[in-house]
Design a protein around this ligand. Structure first.
Ligand code: IMP
Length: 428
C-alpha cells in the first residue's frame, strides 16, 4: 500500500476516523500531523464506540505504532485523559509516541481563544474554543512551548517568563480577565511532562526509520481542506494545514516519501462554525440530513450545518491535495430521499464559475448550479458489493467521480467496520 495521506475533502467531519481505522489495520505506523483536540473521531468496534480527539485511531490495533507528530498542538491534560480512558477499556497505549517538537496548548491559549471570539461578536469564527488559534500564533511568533520543554524545569520557566507577562497584560488590560501564576503553571505542566515523558521523542526520526525498513505509514489529516489556513475559506478556517502538503511539514518527512493521497468525501456536505456555504440547506431538508446523519460535533456537540454535495469543492480538494482516490462516506444517509442534488459550479453576478473561488466575498455571493438525481428507497447499509447498489446510487457516485476527475476506491455505508465496500484494491 505504501505511504498514504488521508485528508478531508470538505469542511471536516467527513468520516475520516472510520476510514483511517480501516486502513490502519494494514498499516504499520499511523501519524497525526496537524491540529489538536479541536478534532474528534468516532470509531465503532464491536459495538463499542471510541471517541478520540488526539490519539490516532490506529491505537485500537495492537501492532500499530501511533504518533503525534511535530505539527500537532497538544493539550497535555486532554491527552492524559484520553490515554487513561483507553487503558480503562483495555486498549494498550504502549507503542505510542509524541514529538518533542509538538507545541503545547496552555490555559492562556484556551482563554484567549474564547475571549477573542466574544470580542469578534458577529464576526466570530465559531472556533472550538480549545486554544488552537492562539497556540499556533505563538508557534509562528516564536513564543511557543514544546512538549520537550515540559521535561526541563529551567527551560519551561525561562520560556514562560518570556511570554507570560505579555499574555497576562492582554488578559487583564484588554479583556479584564484573570491572569495566570507562573509557579502554578510550571508545577502543573512539569507534572504533565513527568507523566508523558516516556512517550516524548524525535518522531521525524522514528517515522523515517520505519519507512527505511519498509513499513507502511499512514498520515492522518484532521479537519478538512476548506479549513486549511492557506487553502481554505479564510478567515473561517483552523490555524493549521490539513491539506496533504501539511503531512510533510507536520511529520518531518520528504514529499518524495508519499505514495498516495486519499480524499475522504461525505456524500453530502456539512460545516461547523461560521462562513459561506453555497449548498447549505437551511430548511427541513437540512434537518432531515442532520438527524439521519447524526450531524452533531464530536468535540463540541454543536449541530452541523448541512447541505448538498458540492463537487466544485471536492474538485478543488483534488487539486490542492493531489488526490489519487476518493473514499465516499455516509451514502446510506441519503437512502429514502426522493431527489438528490449535486452542485457542479456557481453562478456569480451572471457569470458561471467552474473553479472554487479564492475570495470569500465572492463565495458568499455564489449561487450553486445543481444537477438533480433520482434517489433510491433501498437500505444501502446492507449492501456489500458495489454492483449490488441501487442503480440510482451508482449513477450518483459515477457522476461525482467524473465531476471531480478522481476514482472512488472506498465506499462507506454505515459507521461499523463491516459497513464498507472496497471498490478497488487500494487497501490490499
Ligand atoms: P478552531 O480549529 O477551534 O480554531 O476552529 C476554527 C474553525 O474550524 C471553526 O469553524 C471550527 O468549527 C472548525 N473546526 C475545527 N476543528 C474541526 C473539526 O474537527 N471538524 C469540523 N470543523 C472543525
Amino acid at each position: 500500500m505504501g505511504n498514504v495521506v488521508i485528508v478531508g475533502s470538505q469542511w471536516g467531519d467527513e468520516g475520516k476516523g472510520k476510514i483511517t481505522d480501516m486502513i490502519s489495520k494494514k498499516t504499520d505506523v499511523v501519524v497525526r500531523y496537524q491540529g489538536g483536540n479541536n478534532a474528534g473521531h468516532t470509531v465503532v468496534v464491536e459495538e463499542k464506540e471510541f471517541k478520540l480527539h488526539l490519539i490516532p485511531s490506529g491505537i485500537l490495533y495492537e501492532d500499530t505504532t501511533c504518533v503525534i507528530a511535530n505539527g500537532v498542538v497538544v493539550d497535555p491534560a486532554v491527552l492524559l485523559e484520553e490515554i487513561e480512558s483507553l487503558i480503562d477499556r483495555d486498549v494498550g497505549v504502549n507503542d505510542f509516541h509524541i514529538s518533542s517538537n509538538a507545541h503545547v496548548i496552555m490555559p492562556y491559549h484556551r482563554e484567549l481563544d474564547q475571549l477573542e471570539e466574544v470580542r469578534k461578536g458577529n464576526g466570530k469564527i465559531g472556533t472550538t474554543g480549545r486554544g488552537i488559534g492562539p497556540v499556533y500564533m505563538d508557534k509562528i511568533g516564536r513564543f511557543g512551548i514544546k512538549m520537550g520543554d515540559l521535561l526541563n524545569e529551567e527551560v519551561l520557566r525561562e520560556k514562560l517568563e518570556a511570554t507570560l507577562e505579555l499574555k497576562n497584560s492582554i488578559l487583564t488590560e484588554i479583556y479584564d480577565a484573570d491572569d495566570f501564576d507562573i509557579d502554578e503553571l510550571v508545577d502543573e505542566y512539569l507534572e504533565y511532562g513527568r507523566q508523558l515523558q516516556d512517550y516524548i521523542t524525535d518522531t521525524s526520526y522514528l517515522i523515517n526509520q520505519a519507512m527505511e525498513q519498509g513499513d507502511n505509514v499512514l498520515f492522518e489529516g484532521a479537519q478538512g481542506t476548506l479549513l486549511d489556513i492557506d487553502h481554505g475559506t479564510y478567515p473561517y478556517v483552523t490555524s493549521s494545514n490539513p491539506t496533504a502538503g501539511g503531512a510533510c511539514i507536520g511529520a518531518g518527512v520528504g514529499p518524495t516519501k508519499i505514495d498516495s493521497v486519499l480524499g475522504i468525501v461525505k456524500a453530502y456536505t456539512t460545516r461547523v462554525g461560521a462562513g459561506p456555504f453555497p449548498t447549505e440547506l437551511t430548511g427541513k431538508a437540512g434537518e432531515v440530513i442532520r438527524n439521519q446523519g447524526k450531524e452533531f460535533g464530536t468535540t463540541t456537540g454543536r449541530p452541523r450545518r448541512c447541505g448538498w454535495l458540492d463537487a466544485t469543492v471536492v474538485r478543488y480538494a483534488a487539486r490542492v491535495n493531489g488526490l489519487t482516490s476518493l473514499a465516499v462516506t455516509k451514502l446510506d444517509v441519503l437512502d429514502g430521499l426522493e431527489t438528490i442534488k449535486v452542485c457542479t459550479g456557481y453562478e456569480y453576478k451572471g457569470e458561471v464559475l467552474k473553479e472554487f473561488p479564492t475570495d470569500q466575498r465572492v463565495l458568499a455571493e455564489c449561487e450553486p448550479i445543481y444537477e438533480e438525481f433520482a434517489g433510491w428507497d433501498e437500505d444501502t447499509s446492507k449492501v456489500r458489493e458495489y454492483d449490488n447498489l441501487p442503480e440510482n446510487a451508482k449513477a450518483y457516485l459515477d457522476r461525482l467521480s467524473e465531476l471531480v476527475g478522481v476514482k472512488i476506491s472506498i465506499l462507506s455505508i454505515g459507521p461499523k467496520r463491516a459497513e464498507t465496500i472496497i471498490i478497488d484494491k487500494f487497501v490490499d
